[in-house]
Ligand binder design. Structure first.
Ligand SMILES: [Zn+2]
Length: 262
């Protein structure tokens, strides 16, 4: 490597580190310090831009009007009656027609998807609230944006030119959609989303214990094919169930109140 190339590489590396560590902010809902280089507005734009492509890549949205209505209504309730309403993200809940892949996931900025395969396995409205609450948790904890910032740092450090924070080209969107399809949130992100999901569903009047049953349903479903979000990248259900029980016990030291929606 020539001297000039080395200097340029160092500048790029320094710039990458500087922009990553210079971009810290405190999440107003989780209280966590995060490194992000997308604004909430950019997250919303990215989610809205990617949603149609994501839906198409995953086999399209369902025509089942009742399913769509149910998911929209429960999702809206979880958001409107919980701290998620303060996040300012315009949440939208989509139902994918896929009858085989048991899955739910969130794009940055509030676009949330659930497959018919998962929806049809759920037994109660509370369980649906648990799944949607978990996904809303990923959005308000800004996990995708966190991962993109890390990705950008990595790209910068390896000398590649990372995507700008302004508007993205079609190719970049396709790349992001591709990455998000892999949906490799960390285990910590999953546990955090479970905690947030429990909080949101309970605030919205749903019995948080329904999320335990969701984990059991997922465990049973994983006997067949592995699915991208809820099984392979998610911590194994047994760990999650014990955390869920801990969170519920702490949130309701006198026991879960009666009369919550199951
Ligand atoms: Zn998740």
């Amino acid at each position: 490597m020539g001297k000039l190339q080395l200097i340029i590489a160092l500048i790029v590396a320094a710039f990458s580190l500087f922009s990553y560590f210079g971009s810290s902010s405190v999440n107003q809902i989780t209280g966590e310090k995060q490194y992000l280089n997308l604004t909430p507005k950019e997250e919303v734009a990215l989610g809205l831009q990617s949603a149609p492509q994501m839906a198409a890549q995953m086999g399209g949205l369902t025509q089942d009007a009742r399913a769509r209505q149910l998911v929209s209504a429960v999702g809206a309730k979880v958001v409107a009656q919980s701290v998620a309403a303060k996040s300012g993200y315009p949440f939208k809940f989509h139902v994918l027609a896929d009858p085989r892949t048991v899955n739910a996931f969130a794009l940055p900025g509030g676009q949330i998807f659930i497959t018919m395969a998962l929806l049809s396995r759920l037994e109660t409205e509370g369980q649906l609230a648990g799944v949607l609450g978990h996904e809303v948790g990923h959005v308000i904890a800004r996990h995708s944006a966190e991962h993109m910032a890390k990705e950008q740092l990595t790209n910068g450090l390896t000398g590649a030119f990372a995507m700008g924070t302004g508007s993205m080209s079609g190719a970049q969107i396709a790349q992001v959609v591709g990455q998000m399809r892999m949906l490799s949130y960390g285990r910590e992100d999953e546990l955090e989303s479970d905690r947030l999901g429990l909080r949101l569903m309970a605030e919205a009047g749903y019995d948080p214990r329904a999320l335990v049953r969701v984990m059991q349903i997922l465990e049973k479903a994983s006997g067949g094919s592995r699915t991208p979000e809820w099984q392979s990248s998610h911590p194994i259900p047994a760990n999650r169930i014990s955390q869920i029980n801990d969170v519920i016990a702490k949130a309701f030291p006198g026991g879960v109140p009666a009369g919550l929606t199951q």
